[in-house]
Design a protein around this ligand. Structure first.
Ligand code: THU
Length: 129
């Protein structure tokens, strides 16, 4: 799959965001090693604190559907500067997805590209337990 296809899937998922509180809509598209794409969007609710980010929705959907090995994630927000995953999402992406390629984009163009190990250089994970 081309990068642009994965970014397009994240843009499409972003349209489903529930972001009535922050107005900040995010979409994510996670690619498994067999080429399946699982998407997510951020979902806010009246308690504020139970908000879940697009990246974690995508990863939890994928894990719940039996996917275990992943290649890349595209994350889309309507910002000129890159919108990288928050700390909580970095942790979950690392634990379930390993050293993913993280592609950042806005509604028009790619804005950044990272390895997850660069975004979370000293991770806590099950190898320490
Ligand atoms: N958000 C995401 O979904 N992913 C990110 O990478 C950054 C933040 C969401 C959470 C909340 O609904 C809104 O964006 C503002 O923080």
């Amino acid at each position: 799959m081309k990068d642009s296809d994965l970014i397009r899937a994240a843009r499409q998922a972003r349209r489903n965001a529930h972001a009535s509180l922050s107005k900040f809509k995010v979409g994510a598209a996670l690619e498994t090693v067999d080429g399946t794409v699982v998407t997510g969007c951020n979902i806010e609710n009246a308690t504020y604190g139970l908000t879940i980010c697009a990246e974690r929705v995508a990863m939890f959907k994928a894990v719940s559907e039996g996917h275990r090995r992943f290649r890349r994630i595209a994350i889309v927000a309507d910002t000129e500067r890159p919108t990288p995953p928050c700390g909580a999402c970095r942790q979950i992406l690392w634990e379930f997805g390993g050293n993913l390629e993280v592609i950042l984009a806005n509604l028009r163009r790619e804005t950044g590209r990272h390895r997850l190990s660069d975004l979370l250089p000293v991770p806590f994970d099950r190898t320490l337990l």
